[in-house]
Design a protein around this ligand. Structure first.
Ligand SMILES: NC(=O)c1ccc[n+]([C@@H]2O[C@H](COP(=O)([O-])OP(=O)(O)OC[C@H]3O[C@@H](n4cnc5c(N)ncnc54)[C@H](O)[C@@H]3O)[C@@H](O)[C@H]2O)c1
Length: 251
C-alpha cells in the first residue's frame, strides 16, 4: 500500500532552499520520493542539490531572486510543469518602527510578501491550467502575534500578509483543484537566529522561555508539516495556517 504522503512522481519547487527551513523541506520531500527543484538567490543552493543527489534523491536547482518578478517568471518558464510549491524564501532584520527607512520597508516587503506572490503566481499558473497542485507558503509567529523582544514591524506585517494571501488564494483557486496553505514557524534553529544565539544569549533564553515546549523548533519539524500539506494526506485542507511553533502562539 502507498502512503498518502508518498510524493513519488511529483515535482516540487522549494524557494529559500539554501537556508535552514528550505533545505530541510527539500530533504524531507526527496525522502518521500519527490523530485525537488531547489531554488534560492544564493549559489549555495547547488550544495542542497548535490547533497540530495548524494543521498539518493532526485533534485535540480535554480537561482533567482524572488523579489524580481521578471526573474521569477523566467524561472517558471524554464522549470515547466510542477505539482507543488513551497514559497519559503524570506529575510529578517531588527529595527524599531521609528527607525525604519523607506528602503528597509520596501526591501522586506519585496522579498517576504511580493516574492511569495510572484512565486505562487508564476509557478501556480500551470497548476491552475492543469487543474491540480498544492501550494505552501511560509508565514511566521510574527504574523499572528507581537513577538518579543525583537522589533521588526515590516517583517511582522509581511508575514501577516502571507497568512492572509494564503486564505484569499485558497478561496480563489479551490475549484481549480489547487490547494493553498501556510506554515507558521516559531523560533527555529537556522542561520536566521544563529547570530542572536551567539551575541544575545538572554534573548535566545527569552524565546525558549516564551515557547511552551521550552526549546527552539527544528527545521525538520517545519519540513514535515510542509510535506503533509503538500501531499494527498491533506487533500481536504486548504486555506489553513498550520502553526509549527511549540505552542508559542497560544501561550
Ligand atoms: N528561523 C526562524 O526562526 C523563522 C521563524 C518564522 C519564520 N521563518 C521564515 O522561514 C523562512 C526560511 O527562513 P530560515 O530560517 O530557513 O532562514 P535562512 O536565512 O536560513 O534561509 C532563508 C533563505 O532564503 C533565501 N533568500 C532570501 N532572500 C531571497 C530572495 N530575494 N530570493 C531568493 N532567495 C532568497 C536566502 O538566500 C536563504 O537561503 C523565511 O521566510 C523566514 O522568514 C523563520
Amino acid at each position: 500500500m502507498m502512503s498518502p504522503m508518498d510524493m513519488s512522481g511529483r515535482k516540487v519547487l522549494v524557494t529559500g532552499a539554501a537556508g535552514g527551513i528550505g533545505r530541510a523541506a527539500c530533504t524531507y520531500l526527496a525522502a518521500l520520493g519527490a523530485t525537488v527543484i531547489a531554488a534560492d538567490r544564493d549559489d549555495a543552493v547547488e550544495t542542497t542539490r548535490d547533497d540530495l543527489r548524494t543521498a539518493g534523491g532526485s533534485a535540480e536547482c535554480i537561482t533567482f531572486n524572488v523579489a524580481d518578478k521578471g526573474a521569477v517568471e523566467a524561472a517558471a518558464a524554464k522549470v515547466g510543469e510542477i505539482d507543488g510549491i513551497f514559497a519559503n524564501a524570506g529575510i529578517s532584520y531588527e529595527r524599531p518602527a521609528l527607525e525604519h527607512s523607506e528602503a528597509d520597508w520596501r526591501t522586506v516587503m519585496s522579498v517576504n510578501l511580493d516574492g511569495v506572490f510572484w512565486t505562487v503566481q508564476a509557478f501556480g499558473r500551470q497548476m491552475i491550467a492543469r487543474g491540480r497542485g498544492s501550494v505552501v507558503m511560509t508565514a511566521s509567529i510574527a504574523g499572528v502575534k507581537a513577538v518579543r523582544p525583537e522589533l521588526h514591524v515590516g517583517y511582522d506585517v509581511s508575514k501577516a500578509g502571507v497568512a492572509h494571501m494564503c486564505k484569499v488564494l485558497a478561496a480563489e483557486w479551490a475549484r481549480s483543484g489547487v490547494r493553498v496553505n501556510a506554515v507558521g514557524p516559531g523560533y527555529t534553529d537556522t542561520a536566521m537566529l544563529a547570530e542572536v544565539g551567539r551575541t544575545q544569549p538572554a534573548v535566545m533564553r527569552q524565546w525558549m522561555d516564551d515557547t511552551p515546549v521550552g526549546r527552539l523548533i527544528k527545521p525538520e519539524e517545519i519540513a514535515s508539516a510542509v510535506a503533509l500539506l503538500l501531499s494527498n494526506a491533506a487533500s481536504g485542507i486548504t486555506g489553513h495556517l498550520l502553526m509549527v511553533d511549540g505552542g508559542y502562539s497560544i501561550a
